[in-house]
Design a protein around this ligand. Structure first.
Ligand code: GLY
Ligand code: MN
Ligand code: MN
Length: 440
């Protein structure tokens, strides 16, 4: 396994070199310095916020705790990893890395963050990518976070290397294992908080290692798209669980949602309907397909399911046309996934920065690109019984087309989202999530 990851990383490294060379040449920079990031202190306190590495840094190295380290990249030279190893007795200093990727770097160890400057300030025409560029105002950078350079680096990131996809397979395995444990906890009557802890334990992650805060929503809470609480006490009657929870491997994310009904009831049938249409949408992840069309297909399929389930009286086409389907499905069908859970460049149509907006009436769609082999996307249709959206619909022209009695029977279940991570290939799409669940 380690050997094959090493050879995958070799190719990944070469691909990132050629992408970076092209971006630097196009924008006239001689070098690139990437700051890993810092863990800033909380206001009036000596406690730091959790460290979240710069995604540009994670592209080159899986290091998760290299605070104040740098990567210095110059075309045709071995890049440098300027690795900060503070001499501290308050904290455990990070170990100088030695792994499948380190042979590609000249590793320079510094013991004070400011000493990195001596390796960087004389380079000339060097661009910097850093979360807090004001910290390096006198480091002689030609530019910090120049938008056009960032665009040129972001655009190709949608096409994942084989190494990146392998890391995402590993993340998917962690997530699938943990989702199974979470489902079992739900079936045994656990609270949101306890399901969250079971998920963390089974995925072998701390909260800070998750790619995003888990959404663990019982009953009505499942209607809140990014429900953010974890009630310590389970409700007396457990009807449903929506859990949207991920994992990371080597800095790459899995982003997975499952919904369960406690009983074999109408809500369970609605989940099956959503699962069927979600799988049909996954099969549309193919080269040359405009992702916007998958989003619009999701609206038509969800509108058909709403009608078949007796929730609306309009035809599917009418419901999509009028915006009625958005009362129940108010978010995008998915997004790019990778180093960031909502990976960059979802609207870009070229490396020059031209972009394509989502269609009118669909402001929350995060991805409008035409799919290519190597793109990894989520497919996450949803169907919710949201008080906020239903109350607005009741006071609108949509009211007459909604079967309010039927809606009332589903409101206590909250809603449904089913989310898989899918790789676009030249042939059949690879569903990282379903594959991982099949192996648990
Ligand atoms: N977990 C956030 C999302 O699904 O986009
Ligand atoms: Mn997602
Ligand atoms: Mn998600």
């Amino acid at each position: 396994m380690a050997a094959s990851l090493a050879s995958l990383y070799d190719d990944h490294f070469r691909i990132q070199q050629s992408r970076t060379d092209a971006a630097l040449a196009a924008e006239g920079f001689a070098a690139l310095a990437i700051h890993a990031g810092q863990a800033p202190m909380q206001f009036l306190d000596d406690q730091p916020y959790p460290f979240k590495p710069n995604p540009h840094f994670k592209l080159w190295t899986p290091l998760a705790d290299a605070i104040d380290s740098w990567i210095v990249y110059r075309p045709a030279r071995k890049p440098q990893l300027i690795f900060l190893q503070p001499r501290s007795y308050w904290h455990q200093p990070p170990t100088v890395p030695e792994a499948y990727w380190t042979a590609h770097f000249e590793i320079l160890v510094v013991h004070e963050a400011s000493h990195a400057r001596t390796h960087i300030a004389d380079i000339g025409h060097c661009a910097c990518i850093a979360e807090s560029p004001q910290e390096f105002g006198d480091w002689n950078f030609a530019a910090c976070n120049p938008p056009r350079l960032l665009q040129r680096l972001h655009y190709p990131r949608a096409r994942k290397t084989a190494y990146e996809i392998e890391c995402m397979r590993a993340a998917s395995r962690l997530a699938a294992t943990a989702h199974r444990a979470a489902e079992a906890a739900f079936r045994s009557g656990a609270s949101e908080y306890d399901i969250h802890l079971v998920y963390l334990q089974a995925s072998r992650q701390t909260d800070n290692e998750l790619p995003y805060s888990s959404i663990v929503a019982l009953n009505e809470h499942a209607a809140v798209l990014h429900y953010q609480h974890q009630q310590r006490r389970a409700p007396d009657l457990l009807r449903s669980l929506l859990i949207d929870a991920g994992a990371q491997s080597a800095g790459y994310a899995a982003d997975v949602t499952r919904t369960f009904s406690a009983a074999q009831d109408d809500f369970a049938a609605l989940i099956r309907g959503m699962d069927n249409l979600q799988q049909a949408l996954c099969s549309q992840v193919r080269p040359g397909v405009d992702y916007t069309d998958i989003h619009l297909a999701a609206h038509r399929m969800i509108a058909s399911l709403l009608r078949e389930s007796g929730l609306i009286s309009s035809t599917a086409d009418e419901a999509v046309e009028s915006g009625l389907s958005s009362v129940f499905f108010p978010h995008g069908v998915g997004h790019l996934l990778g180093l960031q859970v909502h990976d960059v460049a979802g609207f870009m149509v070229s490396a020059d920065g031209d972009s394509k907006a989502p269609p009118d009436g669909h402001p929350y769609l995060r991805l409008t690109r035409t799919l290519e082999p190597g793109f990894v996307v989520t497919i996450e249709p949803g169907l919710y019984f949201s008080d906020a959206l239903l109350d607005a619909a009741q006071a609108s022209a949509h009211a007459a087309a909604i079967n309010w009695k039927r809606v009332a029977t589903f409101r206590p279940y909250g809603g449904i989202r089913i989310e898989d991570n899918v790789v676009c290939t030249a042939n059949e799409p690879e569903n990282l999530t379903r594959d991982a669940f099949a192996k648990v």
